[in-house]
Ligand binder design. Sequence first.
Ligand SMILES: Cc1ncc(COP(=O)(O)O)c(C=O)c1O
Length: 380
Amino acid sequence: MTKSHTPIPFIDLKAQQRVIRPQVDRAIQRVLDHGRYGFGPECEEFEQALSKFTGVQYVLGCSNGTDALTMLLIDLGVGPGDAVFVPAFTYIATAEVVALRGATPVFVDVDVDTFNMDAADLKKAIKVAQEKELKLAGVISVDLFGQPADHDAIAAVAKNHDMWVISDAAQSCGALYKGKSTLQFGLAATTSFFPAKPLGAYGDGGAIFVHDDKLKRRLENIRVHGHGVNPASIESLGLTGRLDTIQAAILLEKLKIFPAEIENRQKSADIYNEALSKVVHVPHISEERTSVWAQYTVRVKHAKQRDVLQDHLTGLGIPTAIYYKRPLHVQRVYRYGLLDRCLENTDQLSDTVISLPIHGYLRESVQNQIIDGVLGFFKK
Ligand SMILES: Cc1ncc(COP(=O)(O)O)c(C=O)c1O
């Protein structure tokens, strides 16, 4: 057990709630009073606040980060025979949306230091997809654990093959690439407000970020069963893709404290980096990028060491997580997207990564406990 006998949370949403509870209570009360639970005024207000925060002109709040991707793929007409290139080392949703459209999610290896899509391997995957006579449709990049992908390098490869790019920024809202929000990249970008995300709701939520007003209008239709605000005229396929008003009201309050939380996450990451770099591979953030530290993920030597370290920390009451222990290309339902290739870095990472607690409210004393736990393991 820990010295304090207080369980250490992996993400401390209660500490955050203590800071904003009165504001959140009032915000929910306002929604209950006006009673517009779908598309209430808070929805538009939140979209405008996000537009200001990210510098992207058009923002559409929506039901979650998965639907955000799906709505874009519906608009792009992605379907059977299409190859959509996705990193193999990501959360399942990135590939799932492609597979659900009947297209092939073609898995691309990642850079071992940044955990993000490797543009050089993207070129190799494209070549193999062409040999297999798949139609090159697009790329979905992911900013894993809060660090931006190499957006310029990915865009250059995609452009050479006349493919679109969607930036799946579910984990990176608030991060910057060359001074710009990750939501600015690609034909469109998406994010998630799942409660555990850096900017999280108290339920599901997501958003789509676009630069073109025609695309925005089509997505508004798709977001409500293809008819948008006019049920008499169904323009396309669609889904129940709204962000509900209560979540928008909560997120408006959370967005106000988000910049300070990002700073705190960075401070915690700096402390971890300093304390742990001699015993594990600490995360590498490439030049001209900032991370929002959705996860603080280190690498150890091999799977056995990782699993014993995790048991050791669990024994000390220190929670950890492994994202992602079995990458997508080895999962039975997704194996076809490997195109018989070998993704060595993804395989290596899935054996050696382990994530430590990080959030905007990590007290120094608690972080020291975690650091002592890790250092103690390597002293043995
Ligand atoms: C990289 C990535 N893409 C997509 C999603 C899907 O977001 P949601 O859970 O809001 O559907 C997530 C969420 O965990 C994610 O991490």
